[in-house]
Design a protein around this ligand. Structure first.
Ligand code: ZN
Length: 321
């Protein structure tokens, strides 16, 4: 059992996580962080200030930890995250992994053409650190799209599986709301225990049968785009969540917003059509809807607190009858 979790400022034990948002991006810049966000100066200071403001907002709702699945090609900026974590005393867990298949193919070719070399890079970032930053990744993030898992995506999922088996690190994925069951089959066939997998963006699907299949397979469902109403109204996600809760599966739901706190060239959260897309939306709007639908404080505690702890601790999920 992998009892120590890498945060960007050192290790913690699972019991230290507390209420945790499982998928929020603090800083995003496609292609990697540019120089101005890596050296001291106004652009970087503004990014830090934005992130510190959102941390203080979620702290006021009792959140103590944050999982940031920003990959290298989305602009992962480990020193920036470490600075924010040490200034706020907040647990931030960052990832290794790859978001776009084009990046995967480029990297694989640069590393000599083999998927194993990519898996080795994931392992290095989990065990030795990201470049020379001294920051170690705490999990692996990979992606598949729709309508099928393409050969390069399949290879990338397998590289993640190999790195996970080698290190015991868990995996959190991106999906387009479909094929999460297929991701689960690929990972588990390669030896990853199902309870070490969060199928991300599962809340984009409205199919109870799809959710049921992933739960039955032993993994967690990411209800991690709450407030992203340009994709789906919150009421629809809440409806899916309540169906799962009433079926006894609060123990498989992970909560988050997929919010982006400082997105270079991207939209701004909390305004216009993005008005509910912000890291406090769950607490402000969704919790009352869940209460109204019959959910209890205990369900909310299970989703926000117990599930992230059990996931990072590597505790097996209980089988579904
Ligand atoms: Zn995301």
């Amino acid at each position: 059992m992998n009892a120590l979790i890498n945060t960007v400022t050192g290790t913690v034990v699972p019991g230290e996580l507390g209420p945790t948002l499982m998928h929020e991006h603090m800083f995003v810049q496609y292609g990697g962080p540019s120089a101005e966000y890596c050296r001291p100066g106004r652009p970087r200071d503004e990014a830090v200030a934005d992130c510190m403001e959102y941390i203080s907002q979620i702290k006021s709702h009792g959140v103590e930890s944050l999982v940031d699945p920003t990959t290298v090609d989305l602009g992962r900026n480990a020193p920036l995250l470490a600075e924010i974590a040490s200034k706020t005393g907040f647990n931030i867990i960052c990832c290794t992994g790859i978001y776009s298949t084009a990046t995967y193919v480029r990297l694989r070719e640069r590393l000599g053409g083999s998927p194993e070399a990519v898996a080795d890079m994931f392992v290095r970032e989990l065990t030795e650190g990201i470049g020379d930053t001294g920051v170690k990744a705490g999990f692996i993030k990979v992606v598949s799209s729709a309508p099928v898992i393409r050969p390069d995506e399949h290879e990338l999922l397998l590289a993640a599986a190999h790195a996970s088996v080698a290190t015991g690190a868990p995996i959190i994925t991106h999906t387009d709301g479909v094929l999460g069951d297929e991701q689960q089959r690929i990972f588990t066939a390669a030896g990853v225990p199902a309870h070490r997998i969060v199928i991300g963006h599962s809340c984009t699907s409205t199919s109870f049968a799809y959710h049921h299949g992933i739960v039955q397979g032993g993994s967690y469902l990411g209800f991690d785009q709450i407030g992203m109403e340009t994709v789906l109204p919150d009421e629809v996600r809440v409806d899916s969540m309540l169906k799962l809760i009433h079926a006894g599966w609060a123990s498989r739901i992970m909560i988050s917003h997929d919010s982006v706190w400082h997105w270079v060239g991207g939209p701004r959260m909390g305004t216009g059509q993005h008005k509910n897309w912000k890291p406090t939306n769950f607490f402000e709007r969704i919790v009352p809807m869940l209460y109204y639908g019959g959910a209890t404080d205990e369900h909310i505690q299970t989703m926000l607190w117990d599930n992230p702890r059990r996931f990072f601790a590597g505790e097996p999920t209980s089988p579904i009858a």
